[in-house]
Write a protein that binds this ligand. Structure first.
Ligand code: UT7
Length: 328
């Protein structure tokens, strides 16, 4: 068997649209309050992309920053993976559109559909494609434009989500720095977090539009319970596989869906508050983009530095979940 190559994250970048939608703005749209949203979720505001932007635009902005941070040229990239819940269109893949917009000539491109766990799933795929060759440099993006599939009349979901993108450049390295990636799913729960219409089961029709079936539908309480349990499991399994202990972590970067979920996980993992990254107060839940945006922000803020060990954990529609232990 060929010897495996090592893989590392050589750069990160993120992009958040400028427009801020606060809880007070939402008070004017649905029967909710700033106090309820903060107490039940921890979210204060979220970013909303302009009408004329599409998912690939967000992805490209984040990608440009990651490319600069990694000090590579777009032409060095030979693999592009975009994790997204809402691609520009069903086909071609958003990754192909990102390739075109970045003017990259020779790369393999595809999207990953794993909802909020998309970036972690993408890490696993990119890692194995680089370590076994022939790919050397991967642009991995988590990009979401959830505002376009949010029912702005449904108070139980419209307070939760936001738009944005994060990107990482993964390259071959002498020693492997993606220490472990754990992934799992349970399709028995596919109906508790879904976008009911628009696919082959329920193609778009006048009826589906009228009934609001092109919007995210979630059974929040059920998702909540499983999110805590499964993210804890994933965190422990990824740590075990990496040979690291919880005390080795410089920072835990959990999926940013609900502060109560994050606090429950931190408590059960016995992690002090300063070792747990939170930015959902500013952005809400950006699905596949949350963990990579958070990692990029943590690097920019100096919360983590080269050599530090971080763990990313995510959970979302599918249901899917996963975790990754990374040495920066
Ligand atoms: O990214 C994928 C993973 N997603 C998640 O992890 C999300 C997990 N779920 C959650 O974060 C929480 O379940 C929610 C934040 C979505 C909801 O919080 P909850 O504490 O589970 O509330 P609930 O759904 O049980 O609703 C409690 C009450 C209900 O009223 P009644 O029936 O008790 O009279 C709701 O109608 O709160 C009401 N409610 C609201 N009130 C004001 C629901 N949404 C709102 C709202 N403003 N926005």
């Amino acid at each position: 068997m060929n010897e495996k190559f090592g893989v590392r994250i050589a750069g990160t970048g993120s992009y958040l649209p400028e427009k801020v939608l606060t809880n007070f703005d939402l008070e004017k749209m649905v029967d909710t309050s700033d106090q309820w949203i903060i107490e039940r979720t921890g979210i204060r505001e979220r970013r909303i992309a302009p009408e004329n932007m599409v998912t690939s635009d967000l992805a490209v902005e984040a990608a440009k920053k990651a490319i600069e941070d990694a000090k590579i040229l777009p032409g060095d990239i030979d693999l592009i993976i975009v994790a997204t819940t809402l691609p520009d269109m069903y086909f071609p893949s958003t990754a192909c559109i990102v390739q075109q917009k970045l003017n990259i000539r020779k790369a393999a491109c595809f999207d990953i559909s794993a909802a909020c766990s998309g970036f972690i799933y993408g890490l696993a795929v990119a890692k194995s494609m680089i370590e076994s060759g022939p790919f050397k440099t991967c642009l991995l993006v988590g990009a979401e434009m959830l505002s376009k599939i949010t029912n702005w009349k449904d108070k139980t979901t419209c307070i939760l989500f936001g738009d944005g993108a994060g990107a990482a450049i993964l390259t071959r390295s002498e020693t492997n720095k993606i220490l472990s990636v754990y992934m799992e799913a349970d399709g028995r729960y596919s109906n508790i977090l879904e976008l009911p219409a628009g696919g082959s089961r329920m193609p778009a029709s006048e009826k589906t539009v009228k009934e609001g079936l092109h919007f995210i539908r979630m059974e929040g309480k059920e998702v909540f319970k499983l999110a805590v349990m499964k993210m804890l499991e994933a965190s422990r399994k990824a740590l075990e596989a990496s040979g690291k202990k919880i005390e080795d972590l410089a920072l835990l970067i959990p999926h940013q869906a609900n502060l109560r979920i994050i606090e429950a996980i931190a408590e059960r993992l016995t992690l002090p508050r300063e070792k747990v990254f939170v930015n959902l107060d500013k952005y809400g839940n950006i699905s596949a983009a949350t963990t990579i945006i958070a990692l990029d922000e943590a690097r920019q803020q100096g919360r983590v530095k080269t050599g530090d060990i971080v763990e990313l954990i995510a959970f979302g529609g599918g249901l899917t979940w996963g975790a990754a232990v990374i040495e920066l």
